[in-house]
Design a protein around this ligand. Structure first.
Ligand code: PRP
Ligand code: MN
Ligand code: MG
Length: 181
């Protein structure tokens, strides 16, 4: 059915809570990057909402670029095999890169991406993620800006999908069990 709010078990973060937290992250980013130009790198597709709102909360010049990477080829969601589907348009040599993500789950995507971007000679590579699941982490990732640490539950909304749905929800919530059983 189309009444997607009914597919949520529980709202974790409302639109207002997300906006307030992104504003706090933006304030830290503004002061940490004083005097430097930031290149925000969003990871398609989940990071689209975070990128749009975080970028607008940052009160200084930023550039934005995007990467699309496949989640570990086929099979299980933990082989660690990542493929670039769309690379950056930007040469990041000497640039201050801030990766923007919606969620760090196992950490496999980001640990691969950070290593990949570091090999291109940037001045710096840091990570800003709205959500992180500490209990699901398989790979240690050094994350500078985290919105919320959440329990290891299936969450959707605000860019996060289940089978490509729910990305357009304004809030973030846990998916009701009847949806995936
Ligand atoms: C999701 C999410 C992160 C990644 C996190 O993306 O947006 O990019 O998984 O998982 P990990 O920490 O276990 O690697 P997904 O591969 O579902 O693609 P999407 O962004 O297009 O939904
Ligand atoms: Mn993603
Ligand atoms: Mg996804």
């Amino acid at each position: 059915h189309v009444e997607s709010d009914l597919d949520l078990e529980q709202t974790l973060y409302t639109e207002d809570q997300i906006r307030d937290r992104l504003r706090e992250m933006a304030v830290r980013i503004e002061s940490d990057y004083a005097g430097r130009e930031i290149l925000l790198v969003g990871v398609l597709k989940g990071a689209v909402m975070v990128m749009a709102d975080l970028a607008r909360a940052i009160d200084r010049h930023v550039e934005m670029d995007w990467m699309a990477i496949s989640s570990y080829g086929s099979g299980t969601k933990s082989s660690g095999v990542v493929r670039i589907l769309k690379d950056l348009d930007t040469d990041i040599a000497g640039r201050d890169v801030l990766i923007v993500e919606d969620i760090i789950d196992t950490g496999l995507t980001l640990s691969w991406l950070v290593a990949n971007l570091r090999s291109r000679g940037p001045a710096s590579v840091e990570i800003a993620t709205l959500l992180r699941k500490p209990d699901a982490l398989q790979m240690e990732v050094d994350v500078k800006y985290v919105g919320f640490d959440i329990p290891n539950a299936f969450v959707v909304g605000y860019g996060l999908d289940y089978s490509e749905r729910y990305r357009n929800l304004r809030c973030i919530g846990t998916l009701a069990e009847h949806v995936y059983t």
